[in-house]
Design a protein around this ligand. Structure first.
Ligand code: PLP
Length: 397
């Protein structure tokens, strides 16, 4: 009568959602200020003022029928030209408007790319810890998501496990750096090693293994850490970018795909992207926000609040006795849970009104995610509570 699969997906809440909704209920009981909700990755920094000015200016000066009307599916040519110019300037690339397909954020971009590439028996590889939505995005195309276990000492790539995961059915590998949930940025050394293996295996299997770079956190990095631009390292790279985090526009749904000319059968893949977008009812990315990003794409992201929050929480958790790989970007910490069962640990934390997400949900047990895109005051107030939580484990011996 209907798809059980879709019913499952639509009614079974993610752990993150369940924790967040519990938090809302609990806040009504104990007061907003007494709940420490580290569950969601929703930017808490308002969209920059230049976004507001661009919106007002567009609404005041441009033809409303065009501003609110359909655009062509890949996005307005003039907008794609602007994006190409901006990316070329920043990353020393040579893209043109024809390499860009504007999407509804990174989720839109990666779903379209998975669908565009997927054929019978295909496998896509992701590295734990990974963004949990990859699984349903990949499986909805009929392909399989293969997870490479994490390398918890630094959350770079576990290459021994990666080599075991590759097969003649591997269509693509997806990387997400800066990473949700670990905050890790893949080093140039990691990228070089990864792309060397991909090139070797592509040759061996007689078909390209594509590299999909899911990079909504590209701008959110600390201490000047370098985030390698992957098209410089591997020709079969497809970029998926989003303004959700860098400009705090998560609700507006705007981002893009880049399919460089160097990609094998690049124009065919671009066509398949257009086809996948069509069946996924993309129609076009939001018309007003295409125009907004065309005006604002050269502007910087303000990451100062995240940087401060990250430092505060990281130092505080270390003081309390937690172990954690130091994040280099994004706005998440991914410390070790204080008992092996991360679900039990997060349940225990809930008793202290600390809302944390179990690492198992990201394919990495024995850890938890804390999203620090929340008020600094909440973090400050929560640090003694983290300490109490840690002490409760010491008491247990
Ligand atoms: N990829 C990763 C790794 C994310 O963390 C998110 C959102 O949290 C997305 C993709 C989707 O972002 P967008 O809002 O751009 O669709």
């Amino acid at each position: 009568m209907f798809s059980e699969n879709m019913y499952e997906l639509g009614t079974k809440k993610s752990t993150i959602r369940t924790i967040f909704e519990y938090g809302r209920k609990r806040a009504a009981e104990v007061g907003e200020n007494n709940i420490y909700d580290y569950s969601l990755g929703n930017p808490n920094v308002p969209a920059p003022n230049f976004i507001k000015q661009a919106i007002v200016d567009i609404l005041n000066t441009e033809d409303p029928c065009a501003v609110h009307g359909y655009t062509i599916a890949p996005g307005l040519p003039i907008v794609r030209e602007k994006l190409a110019k901006s990316v070329n300037h920043r990353f020393n690339t040579k893209f043109s408007a024809d390499n860009f397909f504007i999407t509804g954020g990174a989720a839109g971009a990666i779903t379209i790319v998975f669908k565009a590439l997927s054929e019978k028996n295909d496998e896509f590889i992701a590295f734990a810890p990974f963004f949990p939505e990859y699984k349903c995005f990949v499986e909805s195309t009929g392909a399989k998501l293969v997870i490479v276990p994490a390398q918890p000492k630094d959350f770079q790539i576990n290459f021994a496990e990666f080599e075991k995961s590759l097969s003649a059915n591997t269509k693509a590998v997806i990387v997400n750096s800066p990473n949700n949930p670990s905050g890790t940025v893949y080093s140039e050394e990691t990228i070089k090693k990864l792309t060397r293996i991909l090139a070797k295996k592509s040759k061996e299997y007689g078909h390209p293994i594509f590299l999909i770079s899911d990079e909504p956190y590209r701008e959110i990095v600390y201490n000047g850490v370098n985030v390698p631009y992957l098209t410089h390292y591997y020709k079969d790279t497809i970029i998926c970018y989003s303004y959700s985090k860098s400009f705090s526009l998560a609700g507006e749904r705007i981002g893009y795909i880049i399919i460089p000319d160097e990609v094998t059968v690049s124009r065919k893949i671009y066509g398949a992207v257009a086809g996948a977008a069509r069946v996924l009812t993309h129609v076009n990315a939001p018309s007003l926000f295409q125009r907004v990003i065309a005006r604002c794409c050269d502007m910087p992201s303000d990451i100062s609040a995240y940087e401060e929050n990250g430092r505060l929480l990281y130092d505080g958790l270390l003081d309390a006795g937690f172990k954690c790989v130091k994040p280099q970007g994004a706005f998440y910490l991914f410390p070790e849970s204080l008992e092996a069962d991360d679900y039990a640990f997060c349940k225990k934390a809930q008793e202290f009104d600390l809302l944390l997400v179990p690492g198992t949900d990201f394919g990495c047990a024995g850890h938890f995610r804390a999203s620090y895109c929340i008020k600094k005051e909440t973090i400050k107030k929560s640090l003694p509570i983290f300490k109490k939580l840690a002490d409760s484990y010491k008491c247990k011996g």
